[in-house]
Design a binder for this molecule. Structure first.
Ligand code: NAI
Length: 314
């Protein structure tokens, strides 16, 4: 079989993660950016990250860090990155005009068999693909940060995406060790953000009503619901909480409905409450300590992903 190649457009945070994930599975990676400096920084950062992961025995894949590094090259020539690619993964900043422009450039030179995949977190694929000649190949593959440790990928087709492309994209994510979920159609917010926004809206209202302070709301997730959601989905949780889902509904349908009537209509996150929540968050993690806390989060997620692998074997 010929060597598989991914072309990554944009070498920032997410582009670098994809490069590492695909190299770990032996793919050739071509990383494109508009600035030479940006590419140089990205390649140096990837090299350092892979070496550190190897030292800490956290490297993914069956080949060593040097072999993975050798699979990754940088380019400021779009043709180099797009040519012969099995899949293009676009990772430019979240700006619709820019996405439309970049996809037009890629589309002009892409082969008709190349999958055209975007990392976008907020734009449904029809928004940036309707005029592409290869629009049947467009798909969104939305990760959760940091994708090296958090495996889920939302695979979202446009109305004109060839179902075979959606299937092949899912298979690629499985092959490189991620966990794809396939939406049957595009929907605003996809799934991750829809679920996340339900929780955020409720947290916002609880602060507004003065029911709980910010730290205690976060504890409900980190020391409560999040503990089991790290292993079980929301639906399986209900299944186990009673004698199966049918019984759960018999027991709790009235309560769920009654409590849900108490939810407020969503409001925009603006006004003095933004500063109030920020003040409480910053009292624990000041803005100049965000990176330190992110590093801690990534370490915690690494350990959790190792534990999940062990638990999934039981
Ligand atoms: P970033 O700002 O870290 O990186 C963007 C990169 O794109 C930069 O290296 C920049 O030089 C490059 N770029 C700008 N214009 C370009 C062009 N015309 N052609 C090629 N490269 C260009 O952004 P990040 O965080 O990596 O996000 C990329 C995408 O991934 C966005 O769509 C974002 O919504 C999505 N995403 C981000 C997540 C996150 O937590 N950062 C999580 C999930 C998705």
């Amino acid at each position: 079989m010929s060597q598989k190649k991914i072309g990554i457009i944009g070498s920032g945070l997410i582009g670098r993660s994809w490069a590492m994930i695909f190299a770990a599975s032996g793919w050739t990676v071509s990383l494109y950016d508009i600035e030479v400096k940006q590419i140089e920084t990205a390649l140096a950062d990837i090299k350092q990250q892979l070496k550190t992961l190897e030292k800490e025995k956290l490297l993914r894949g069956n080949i060593n860090a040097d072999q993975q590094i050798a699979l990754i090259s940088g380019s400021t020539k779009l043709e180099d990155t797009v040519k012969n690619a099995t899949i293009i993964q676009e990772c430019v900043p979240e700006n619709l005009e820019l996405k439309i422009k970049v996809w037009k450039q890629v589309d002009a030179i892409a082969e008709s068999t190349t999958i055209l995949s975007s990392s976008t977190s907020t734009f449904v694929p029809s928004l940036f693909s309707k005029d592409l000649k290869n629009k049947k190949n467009i798909i969104v593959s939305h990760p959760v940060n940091p994708p090296y440790y958090v495996p889920v990928i939302e695979v979202v087709p446009a109305p004109w995406t060839d179902p075979e492309v959606a299937k092949k994209t899912r298979a690629i994510w499985e092959e490189v060790g991620q966990t794809p979920v396939s939406l049957t159609r595009e929907i605003p917010g996809f799934i991750v953000n829809r679920l996340q926004y339900v929780l955020l809206n409720e947290a916002w209202d609880l602060v507004k009503e003065g029911v709980l302070d910010v730290k205690d709301i976060d504890k409900v997730m980190s020391e409560g619901l999040g503990m089991r959601y790290a292993f079980l989905g929301i639906l399986e949780t209900t299944h186990l909480n009673d004698h199966g889902f049918v019984n759960y509904c018999k027991s709790y349908a009235d309560t769920i409905y009654a409590v849900s009537q108490d939810f407020k209509a969503p409001t925009k996150f603006q006004g003095p409450q933004v500063l109030e929540i920020a003040k409480q968050l910053e009292s624990d993690v000041p803005l100049d300590k965000l990176q330190k806390r992110r590093n801690w989060r990534d370490l915690a997620l690494t350990k959790l992903s190792q534990l999940k692998k062990q638990m999934n074997k039981l």
